[in-house]
Write a protein that binds this ligand. Structure first.
Ligand SMILES: *[C@@H]1O[C@H](CO)[C@@H](O)[C@H](O)[C@H]1NC(C)=O
Ligand SMILES: *[C@@H]1O[C@H](CO)[C@@H](O)[C@H](O)[C@H]1NC(C)=O
Ligand SMILES: *[C@@H]1O[C@H](CO)[C@@H](O)[C@H](O)[C@H]1NC(C)=O
Ligand SMILES: *[C@@H]1O[C@H](CO)[C@@H](O)[C@H](O)[C@H]1NC(C)=O
Ligand SMILES: *[C@@H]1O[C@H](CO)[C@@H](O)[C@H](O)[C@H]1NC(C)=O
Ligand SMILES: *[C@@H]1O[C@H](CO)[C@@H](O)[C@H](O)[C@H]1NC(C)=O
Length: 601
């Protein structure tokens, strides 16, 4: 029987009382099961395993303050859960990032690195064999019912949606290309039914109804569930070309009618990196002209449209939480809120977009509330999208898969405190292909936007190091230069044996660079545990756990002389191994994937 769900205001009194009683008895799980409506996990007398609701927005920033404009997100998630202020995506582009998220594997291990074939998109996800190696399938195998609505991957389209269907869902209703990003002309495709066009309706409002419907289905089915809610806000509105020769048109997101005049005075935060007088960054970014006033005005408008488009997402948060509460299952449900990648508008003179390694693009929202998760807290432990599949495994109490490249995010006060002492401190950032400029003044594709980077955040340091496919390097000391305006990588670094006298972290700059480079060397092709504990690959005795340890002068020879350097032989739009320079440092004692691998003894 399908539980009929009345509108919130008119919710039946008896049910409301039961839900209220249930909320009083959160410590007595058995009792809660008795009064919850409907009962979860009817088959056993064990406390039911928790439900998971994952809300995934699109292209949402933290650095441009979008979270400040979402009051329900504050009320239900920030105030009731933990904000992970150092959460990162590892590849700042929708499809590769989503594949990373739902498989728990780095982009270089999924080899889904782009939004469309041959290097990415839904067809590449399928051809890589990932359709039976991803979260919804694993969740079903462990007894969860799974539901999902919204955008899954790019190039998941009205043509290929059934070839094959995405595996692992009990209920699904996907947005399909080429209409995924048309706020007023979406096409949804439910379960195994044909696609349905919704011309003139508002995409995120339709999606909200589908999400609530799935929630009702999940509760009716009576087993623990996973529900994914993936609206397109606050992505640009995009008209995708039907002919290959045409270019897509990325314009500001379109809000729902009722939100279109909100925040009339909001503008992009005018930080040091916003449209600076001097060029900054590297590669194509360093060549960008300063933006004139009409360009800046247009981008401020674009910014407001993003905030407005997010209002429906904020409503979804509110209504989902209320429904969970009325069903009496809020206390046994984890709500995870995140996005696929971040966004920049005007920083380093860039037009609106993503795909770069700067903080705006990679440091993204993550908020989790649920049983035992500290309420109203912020933690600065480093976490990445690669960790979220392992985190969900941890939540539902099943052992992590051996191929996971990440590790569960701690969710209780005790383990969060432990993690502050011993969690890893790096983010492995990677990218292949082009960057697209969005908005009225965005006209260009920047090819050769291929790079590898690491973000390293320790107790007393905060660094970003990157190598582009043209072998340009960037190094920022974010402790002193939070907006990444001063690249301190010396231009003569590889030419002089006695490099500059500059110091960083109390050590010669060259000593720091050699450690960062070697760390990146390990991470750029790491697999599984090595991605989490890369220093142990270099120091198998376990006596080096972080950059600070590795900076000991006794390792200077190992890092500065023995190691090969990360380098590209050319730029490629995908993960073509022989364009990516040496794969393994000097021969040594340890074996890694059957290759001789360097060692410190
Ligand atoms: C959900 O799908 C799984 C796998 O096909 C199945 O075992 C389970 O019974 C389904 N749940 C419902 C409610 O249909
Ligand atoms: C809206 O979508 C339908 C198909 O779903 C398509 O035929 C029509 O051309 C679209 N309209 C616009 C303005 O893109
Ligand atoms: C501002 O810059 C854009 C893009 O470079 C240019 O097309 C436009 O003419 C400029 N507007 C003014 C008022 O200078
Ligand atoms: C190193 O110096 C040589 C000679 O001065 C110059 O030709 C070359 O471009 C330099 N290489 C780098 C990587 O700066
Ligand atoms: C990209 O880099 C390759 C060399 O790696 C070069 O041949 C090509 O011209 C570059 N393309 C663009 C658009 O800059
Ligand atoms: C990644 O996929 C591309 C496109 O299919 C392929 O050319 C490339 O060899 C793959 N890279 C690796 C490392 O398998």
């Amino acid at each position: 029987m399908r539980v009929k769900f009345a509108p919130l205001s008119g919710f039946g009194t008896a049910a409301a009382i039961l839900a209220f009683v249930a909320s009083l008895s959160t410590t007595a799980q058995a009792q809660q099961d008795e009064v919850s409506i409907p009962r979860i996990n009817r088959g056993t007398n064990q406390p039911s395993r928790p439900n998971i609701v994952f809300i995934l927005s699109d292209d949402q920033d933290v650095h441009l303050n979008s979270l400040d404009y979402m009051p329900h997100l504050k009320q239900h998630l920030l105030d009731q859960g933990t904000f992970f202020s150092r959460h990162y995506c590892t590849i700042a582009l929708c499809c590769p990032s989503r594949v990373n998220l739902w498989t728990g594997r780095a982009g270089h291990n999924t080899n889904v690195t782009d939004v469309s074939p041959p290097y990415g998109g839904y067809p590449k996800f399928i051809s890589q064999g990932l359709n039976d190696k991803w979260l919804p399938v694993w969740l079903q195998q462990s007894g969860y019912n799974t539901y999902y609505t919204g955008k899954l991957f790019n190039a998941h389209s009205v043509i290929n949606y059934n070839n094959p269907f995405p595996a692992g869902f009990n209920g699904s209703d996907f947005l399909l290309d080429p209409y995924t990003y048309q706020y007023l002309n979406a096409t949804f495709q439910r379960n195994h039914d044909p696609p349905v066009s919704h011309t003139g309706e508002y995409s995120t409002d339709i999606l909200a109804q589908k999400a609530y419907g799935f929630l009702d289905d999940a509760v009716t089915a009576g087993k623990p569930f996973f529900l994914g809610i993936a609206p397109i806000a606050c992505h640009s509105n995009v008209i995708l070309p039907l002919a290959a020769a045409e270019l897509p048109i990325f314009t500001a997101p379109i809000p729902a009618k009722r939100h279109e005049t909100l925040f009339p005075d909001a503008i992009v935060p005018r930080t040091e990196s916003f449209n600076p007088d001097q060029p900054s960054g590297a590669n194509w970014i360093k060549k960008l002209p300063i933006q004139n006033e009409s360009n800046v005005d247009s981008n401020d408008r674009f910014y407001r449209q993003r905030l407005r488009s997010l209002q429906v997402v904020d409503e979804i948060i509110d209504k989902t939480v209320r429904r969970l509460e009325q069903y009496g299952i809020l206390e046994n449900t984890y709500i995870i809120y995140s996005t696929d990648n971040g966004f920049h508008i005007g920083q380093h003179r860039m037009q609106p977009g993503k795909s770069c390694g700067y903080e705006e693009d990679i440091n993204i929202p993550l908020i989790i509330r649920g049983p035992g998760v500290p309420a109203g807290e912020t933690t600065d432990i480093v976490t990445t999208h690669t960790d979220l599949a392992p985190t969900i495994f941890d939540i539902i109490g099943i052992p992590p898969r051996p191929e996971f490249d990440g590790i569960a995010i701690p969710l209780t006060q005790t383990v969060l405190l432990e993690a502050k002492q011993n969690r890893y401190e790096h983010v492995n950032v990677e990218y292949w292909g082009f960057a697209i400029e969005e908005g009225d003044y965005g006209t260009t594709f920047h090819y050769n936007n291929t790079y590898k980077a690491i973000r390293v955040i320790g107790k007393s340091y905060s660094l970003y190091y990157s190598i582009w496919c043209n072998n340009e390097h960037e190094l920022y000391d974010l402790a002193r230069d939070p907006y990444q305006m001063r690249n301190i990588f010396p231009s003569n670094h590889f030419n002089s044996t006695q490099t500059s006298k500059s110091k960083l972290l109390g050590h010669p700059l060259s000593a720091v660079i050699s450690r960062l480079d070697t760390l990146l060397f390990v991470l750029k092709s790491c697999k599984a545990a090595e991605c989490v504990r890369p220093w142990e690959t270099l120091h198998p005795q376990g006596n080096v756990q972080n950059l600070r340890d590795a900076l000991s002068p006794k390792y200077d020879y190992f890092y500065e002389v023995e190691q090969r350097r990360v380098a590209y032989t050319r730029c490629e739009p995908g993960y073509i191994i022989d364009a990516e320079g040496p794969q393994f440092p000097v021969d040594g004692l340890i074996y890694r994937d059957g290759h001789a691998w360097s060692a410190w003894v």
